[in-house]
Design a protein around this ligand. Sequence first.
Ligand code: NDP
Length: 360
Amino acid sequence: STVLVSGASGFVAAWCCRVLLQRGHRVRGACRSEEKAQYLQQLFDRDFPGQFETVMADDLETPGVFDEAVKGVDGVLHTASPFHFNTDGKAITALINPALKGTENMLQSCLKHGDKLKRVVITSSFAAILDTAKPVPQQYTEEDWNETSVKETERDGEAQEPVSSYRSSKTQAERAAWAFVEREQPSWDLATINPPYIIGPPIHPCASAEKLNTSSKTCWDILHGAKKEDDMPGLLGCVVDVRNVADAHVMALLHTEAGGHRFAPTIGELRSPSPQPRSADTTAGKWTLQDVADIVHSSARIPAEWRGNVPTGKPQTGGAVVQNGLSGEKTAKVLGVQYHTLQNTFEATAIALKDYEKRN
Ligand code: NDP
């Protein structure tokens, strides 16, 4: 079967392409840059000759931009959407329009030209789950929805604060997708993946560390001394491995029963030896700077010269400041995703980022 992946040059999408190819699918990657398309072509031709092709899709906001790309595909992973906080006072233009119109345009193209299509999987986000104005549940699940960020957009328009704008962009795009399917009743169905902060080894085209995607840049900054002892223990929120996010996308495409569902994957074991997430574990998936420091200072796999950049803090105390995590149970149970541990994820991230250091 053939699967279209939009935003193929992105951190998450490149991994989605790789997982699809590893499982024997043909992949059509939609990109807006010729240079990045060529990079991906070379990357995947090495291991999967003849199985990967690219298609140009310049502007998410142009109606019909995916019309050609969806023709003849069995499945679609729509990942393309801006993830950054550089709105420069233009929240709607920079984040919300590309997210929302990009999703609507993709679904319109699927409706018109997706003759063989069985399922569309959209990369939404934990940002469409977390509502900072609502009482905090013991543990977040796929049942929760962010309503506040969209209200903030309605109130503040272009001047909206960037983090809230991003959350609003993801919430509006996901809402629009479910509404589209409800209204149009297409022959295919929809699933969404709602990951929290995604880290892991980047494989996507990226000319230098400065141009790394937002979440990989966070890891880069930590490893280059951006955090001090005073920032410890440093709650960083919920987190998941990019390889598991890709697994979740691919499994959501393949498992019949995934249609109509949201899936929030998370990180596996963080601090205790028992497998996580467990439904009773309210800290599931939440990481701290202290957790990262513990890994950096104890792991032989982390490049030694980075150790001095990361404060030691008070080893093994990260868990004490964590509450209200995200349950990754549904993704594990329904999609069979087996989560990486934070240790494994952060080591793989650091090793891959070492390669980016050489590009500077
Ligand atoms: P990247 O920035 O690496 O990828 C974003 C992709 O979308 C790139 O291919 C980019 O193209 C494309 N894109 C962005 N804006 C536009 C636009 N205006 N027109 C056309 N293409 C565009 O980020 P991620 O891989 O992290 O993000 C992928 C998806 O995952 C997004 O939907 C994001 O919201 C979601 N997500 C990410 C999380 C994270 O922590 N990383 C957490 C939860 C969800 P180009 O390469 O040409 O710039």
